[in-house]
Design a protein around this ligand. Structure first.
Ligand code: PLP
Length: 429
C-alpha cells in the first residue's frame, strides 16, 4: 500500500460533491417546543444513517443523467447505435464490479435489485432444489432479515433445519460454537460480513473454510462491507457474496450477486422471461450465457451506469482510506458515547473488527424518541430493530439507535450527535 493511500480523506472536498449535505432543516429545540415558540433558523443536516443508504455524489448523479440524456435505450444488443451504447455500458458495469471485488470476470457478477434479492436468488435457485430433510442451513444470530427470513422460509419449505451461531457478550461470533454448528449435515453457511446492528466484522474467511471443510457452500452478505472496506471475494473464498448499490454511493434499484462461475453454470434460473434465453420452442427453452441467464427482462441499466460511476468514485478515494476514516469516526463516536455514562453500546469495542457504525441505547429513553430528538437537531440516525429482530430479542431490547458513517462525515458531526443526546436526556429527565 502506498503512503498516499494512507493519507486522511479531504472531507471538505468530498462534501462539495454532495449538495444534499448543504440542506438545512428548521427544527425546534425542546424548550422552544415546550414554550410553543416558533423556530427561526435552520440547522444543517448531519446525515448519520449511512448503513441504511448512503448519499449519492455528483459524479454518480451526472453519469446517470448523462446516460438518460445521451444514451438511453434498451440493452441486449439491439441493432441501432443507442442500443449498442447502452449494451456496452451495461456490460462494462459488470466488468468494473468484477474487478472491484476480485471476481473472475463478468460471468461471476449478476445484477439484482438489491442484497435481499441476491439472497433470494440463491435460496430459490439452489436452496429449493438442493435442500431436504436432514440438511442444515447454518446462520448467525446477527443475520439481517434479508438472509435470516429467506433461509428460514426456504428451510421450512424443504424440510431442512436452520441453526444459528451464537454471539458472545462482546458481540462477536462464538467461533467454538461455529465449529460445533458446522458439520457434515451442513448444506450452506450464510453469514453477514459486517453486522448492520452491532458493527462486528466477522471472520468470514474462517467461516468459509469451515463450510468447505464439510463440503458445504458459503454465502456471505457483504451489504455493510463492500461500501466501507477493501473486499476481495477470491481471498475470502465464498461461493456467493452479495451487496447493494445504494449503500456505496451508488443508486437504489441495483444490487450484486457474486457467484463462482461453476456454481452459476449449474444453477437453475430464478426468474424466467426475455433476455435470459438462448432458444425457445413451444415445448422448452435453453438459457443464455452467464451472467444474463440470471437477468431476465429489462435490467436496471441507468442504475448499472450509476453503480459503475460509484465504483470508480470509491476507487479514486481508496477503499483502505475509507475504511480508516470510518474506523476513526466509529472509534471517536464510541468513546464519546461511552463517556456519557448512561449509554449502552452494542458490539465490540473499537478496533479492527468493528465497522463504521455504532449501535446504542440511552438509558430510559426509547430509541425512537431519541431519534426524534436527534431529528429536532437535524441529525439523521436510525432507530428500530434494524431488520435484526431475533438479535434484538437476544440483546433484550426492542430497539436500538444507530449512527453510521461514510466518507463525508466529520468528528464535528459526532459532537452534534452527542449534544443531541444531552438534549434528549434533559428532556426526559
Ligand atoms: N444485509 C445487511 C447486513 C444489511 O445491512 C442490509 C440493509 O440494511 C441488507 C442485507 C439488505 O439490503 P437491501 O435492503 O439493499 O436489500
Amino acid at each position: 500500500m502506498s503512503q498516499q493511500d494512507l493519507e486522511p480523506l479531504d472531507v471538505e472536498a468530498i462534501r462539495a460533491e454532495y449538495p444534499i449535505l448543504e440542506r438545512e432543516f428548521s427544527v425546534a429545540s425542546p424548550t422552544q417546543r415546550a414554550d410553543g415558540e416558533a423556530v427561526d433558523d435552520g440547522s444543517q443536516l448531519v446525515y448519520l444513517d449511512n448503513a441504511a443508504t448512503t448519499q449519492t455524489p455528483d459524479p454518480v448523479v451526472d453519469a446517470m443523467s448523462d446516460y438518460y440524456r445521451e444514451s438511453n435505450s434498451n440493452v441486449h444488443r439491439g441493432i441501432h447505435h443507442l442500443s449498442q451504447e447502452a449494451s456496452i455500458a451495461y456490460e462494462e458495469a459488470h466488468d468494473c464490479v468484477a474487478e472491484f471485488i476480485g471476481a473472475d470476470g463478468r460471468e461471476e457478477i449478476v445484477f439484482t435489485k438489491n442484497t435481499t434479492e441476491a439472497e433470494n436468488l440463491v435460496a430459490y435457485s439452489w436452496g429449493l432444489n438442493e435442500l431436504g430433510p436432514g440438511d442444515e442451513v447454518v446462520l448467525t444470530e446477527m443475520e439481517h432479515h434479508a438472509s435470516l427470513v429467506t433461509w428460514q422460509q426456504i428451510a421450512k419449505r424443504t424440510g431442512a433445519d436452520c441453526k444459528y451461531i451464537e454471539i458472545d457478550e462482546t458481540g462477536r461470533l462464538d467461533m467454538d460454537h461455529a465449529r460445533e454448528c458446522i458439520t457434515d449435515d451442513t448444506a450452506i453457511v450464510s453469514a453477514v460480513h459486517v453486522s448492520n446492528a452491532l458493527g462486528t466484522v466477522n471472520p468470514v474467511s474462517e467461516l468459509v473454510d469451515l463450510a468447505h471443510d464439510h463440503d458445504a457452500l458459503a454465502f456471505i452478505d457483504g451489504a455493510q462491507a463492500v461500501p466501507n472496506r477493501p473486499v476481495d471475494v477470491a481471498d475470502i473464498g465464498a461461493d456467493f457474496y452479495a451487496f447493494s448499490g445504494h449503500k456505496m454511493a451508488g443508486p437504489t434499484g441495483i444490487g450484486v450477486l457474486y457467484g463462482k462461475r461453476h456454481l452459476f453454470e449449474e444453477l437453475e434460473p430464478y426468474l424466467y422471461g426475455g433476455g435470459m434465453i438462448r432458444k425457445v420452442t413451444f415445448e422448452d427453452s435453453t438459457w443464455a450465457d452467464l451472467p444474463w441467464k440470471f437477468e431476465p427482462g429489462t435490467p436496471p441499466i441507468a442504475e448499472a451506469v450509476g453503480l459503475h460511476a460509484a465504483v470508480d468514485y470509491l476507487e479514486e478515494i481508496g477503499m483502505e482510506r475509507i475504511r480508516e476514516h470510518e474506523e476513526m469516526l466509529a472509534t471517536y463516536a464510541y468513546e464519546q458515547l461511552d463517556a456519557e455514562g448512561d449509554v449502552e453500546l452494542y458490539g465490540p469495542e473499537p478496533g479492527p473488527d468493528r465497522g463504521g457504525l455504532v449501535g446504542f441505547n440511552l438509558e430510559s429513553v426509547h430509541a425512537h424518541d431519541l431519534a426524534s430528538i436527534m431529528n429536532d437537531h437535524a441529525v439523521a440516525i436510525r432507530a428500530g430493530d434494524h431488520c435484526t429482530q431475533p438479535l434484538h430479542d437476544k440483546l433484550g431490547v426492542a430497539a436500538s439507535a444507530r449512527a453510521s458513517f461514510y466518507v463525508y462525515n466529520t468528528r464535528e458531526e459526532v459532537d452534534e450527535l452527542v449534544a443531541a443526546i444531552d438534549d434528549a436526556r434533559q428532556l426526559f429527565a
